[in-house]
Design a protein. Structure first.
Length: 114
């Protein structure tokens, strides 16, 4: 599998996570978890962490699509341009790190309400 195909697979995975995350929010989080957190001792935690998490979550598929398109249409340039290669690697690492942070934040937020 090429790197560009892997990036498109990552993009498709983020789209699937959008749908799954939206369903979870609609079905469980909004009616069960959120009221528990906002009525607790630290309602600001929901505002700060959950809102940040949601906005990062919405951004990730677009960043992944940009990465996939760049890898698809500029692979020859990336191989020869070390600055561009470094930028692509940093973008990939940032996307991965943010995805891990979003996932762990969701586990902590939902787990904290139990």
């Amino acid at each position: 599998m090429t790197i560009a195909r892997s990036a498109y697979l990552a993009f498709a995975s983020y789209l699937i996570s959008w749908v799954a995350g939206g369903w979870y929010y609609w079905k469980y989080y909004g009616s069960n978890v959120k009221p528990t957190i906002t009525s607790g001792d630290f309602p600001w935690a929901h505002i700060v962490f959950m809102e940040s998490k949601e906005h990062i979550f919405l951004f990730l598929p677009f960043a992944t699509l940009a990465l996939a398109l760049t890898l698809s249409f500029s692979s020859d340039v990336i191989i020869t341009n070390s600055k561009l290669k470094r930028a692509i690697i940093l973008l990939s690492l940032a996307i991965t790190a943010l995805a891990i942070i979003v996932t762990l934040s969701g586990v902590l937020i939902s787990g904290g309400a139990r």
